[in-house]
Design a binder for this molecule. Structure first.
Ligand SMILES: [Zn+2]
Length: 92
């Protein structure tokens, strides 16, 4: 694992912790930092990171708190309650 990937992991953890404390703006800052790092190092973001963050507003998603998750026609539908954006991905 590269240094960038390790830092992204760490930022993912920090974003989760901030969201757990309802500090959504702080969570967004960590998510944005991680996205920038991934871009700069062309290493991409882990699937777990992509699926626990909102593509539209960068918030860290907590199902039941700031996100609603349901399964529809074999796909997972995640709605961000912060900005209203919806993401879908195949159910695995
Ligand atoms: Zn959002």
């Amino acid at each position: 694992m590269s240094i960038a990937e390790e830092r992204i992991e760490r930022l993912h953890e920090l974003a989760r912790e901030a969201a757990t404390e309802d500090e959504y703006d702080r969570a967004r800052e960590y998510v944005r930092l991680a996205r920038r790092l991934a871009e700069r190092n062309r290493c991409g973001l882990p699937k777990s990171f992509q699926r626990s963050t909102c593509d539209a507003c960068d918030v860290y998603l907590r199902p039941g708190r700031n996100a609603r998750v349901r399964v529809h026609r074999g796909r997972v539908v995640v709605r961000c309650l912060e900005c209203g954006a919806t993401e879908r991905y195949p159910f695995e």
